[in-house]
Design a protein. Sequence first.
Lengths: 391, 243
Amino acid sequence: MEKAKVIIIGAGFTGVATAYDLAQRGLDVTVVDRGPIVNGTSGRTHGLLHSGARYAVKDRESATECIEENTLLRRLVPDVIEPNGGLFLAINDSDMAYREGFIESCHACGIATKELTPQQALEMEPHINPNLQTAILVPDGTFDPLRLGMAFAASAQAHGARFYLFTDVEEMILNGQGRVTGIRIWDRSNDTRRELSADVVVNATGAWAGEVAHMAGAHVPVVPTPGIMVAYDRRLVNRTINRLNAPGDGDIVLPQRRMVVVGTTSYEIKELDYVPVISEHINIMLERGCELIPEIAKAGIRGAYTATRPLIGGGTSGRSIARTFKLFDHEESEGIAGLYTITGGKATTLRLMAEKTADHVVQKLGMDIPCRTAETRLLSYRLFETSTNIP
Amino acid sequence: MNTNWTVTFQVYRQKGNGPKGFDSFTLEVNPDEYVLDAVERIWAFHDRSLTYRHACHHSTCGACGMLVNGVEKLTCITTLRSVTRDGGTVQVAPLRNFPIVSDLVVDMGTFFRRMEMVTAPPTLPINQVPHPDSETISPDRGASPELERLVDCIECGCCISACPVPLTTPGYLGPAVLAGAQHIGLNRNPGLLELVDNHDGVWRCHSAFECTAVCPANVEPAWRIMDLRKQVVKAKIRKFFNR
């Protein structure tokens, strides 16, 4: 029997992880992206390997997913992770009021916490605000965004997945009976156009999922919600530093190589393909970042950038939208067969998003093949073969 | 308040084996924007056929190395102010010494395979991250020995592009690769000796130090190559007396 053919649109975290999962299950996988690996939201993440603590109070489902996947990724892809943990700092009384509920919620979600005295915390991280009232250690980490994506992509390739990078999807091909049967692509690396046929098309385009689904006449309620991040030119901490309070602007500082990155803000936009940096937001990052690490004031800005979260809409907006992911089967929702959209979620849960998507895809294809991505260590990111487009 | 500049970008274009050349795009820019922002806007609003590599947009991933006015730069942290003026021109071209895939995109395959060959470590225990000023002390204050961190080299290829050797010696391992070998060290990986102790390894370096001049991550590959030579000599002397 011929292998079932799957086209995955999007080589962000969700796309490459889904490609790996489906290719490992033995399907014929082709990934198409208009840019290189993780060129959109995924690459521009602040790189936090969530322990889930950030979401524990308001969104236990996301928090539980995070801690499980965090634990797994440390084993599956250790060469792209700084597994150093994170501190939640209470600076003022409002932060202290958040403390008890935070610890309780973390425990309810299975996230280990250890409360430190200010003295202990300052010994661990000498640059944090010396006026802290308490610090709670959680198993946060950081990761290298490009290498995380490439490790999944390299592992997918090893199982036979093909990648068409720098390739636009220009059209979805429908068979006239409500089934998506392929796509028409424009390979910009050699300026050629062609059709690719498929049994299944997976739309893994994150913030762009609404636009891509629209090509097949389908609808996805994704709310593109960018935030700004600012990188400073000194590595002032070795662990992620969070504000012990409800999520807000500029409440996290992450170490990356010889830098720290402060994030982030949250606003909504219409034009997705180019999101400019709002200079006022740079000032917010500096001001809020200095509340956690005063030395940031003496560091220079190395880079300022934005990334657009693919939040799933449902009447509410911005930070109050749940951070869990959602899989849309467009046959069930609007009678368009062979098309699935996976969006929402976050980098830390990329493997789980892929597992759920692949489970559904193989089940719809009438197959029974279990997921094995939690068992096998990923290949080195360096093994990803970059120039693979077949003219 | 209008503090914007008008800047003309000359962008290298090539598809497959087709014609090569530069296309010009004139943009209104904020001088504090980065070269990569301008390249992204050219793609978004002027020419959708343009291809370029990028991912993190803040110098942690190494994807966006290009030639800016002939000099290797990480375009995501290179402000327009630092490379041009109002009414000026910025030329953007792909890195040298790599095969061109399309426009500004180069093929990093051979380079990545060489990094893998010398088992250049992507992460190290924090107290083993050497610093150019001293072979053992980590630059990070407050570092506990159990912490791990990603090493500084972001594998952007800028040093390979700037090095005068690869053009005439394609087999030369190159600065980042030798720096990776130095980083893991011949003590920890004695198998590296054979790989680096030859005419395509440490002895092929001219000491031009162009690699260190363009390295955006302060890896100082030239210093590391000199140190690796010392390691090679030590290892060979040791081998001579222990045979």
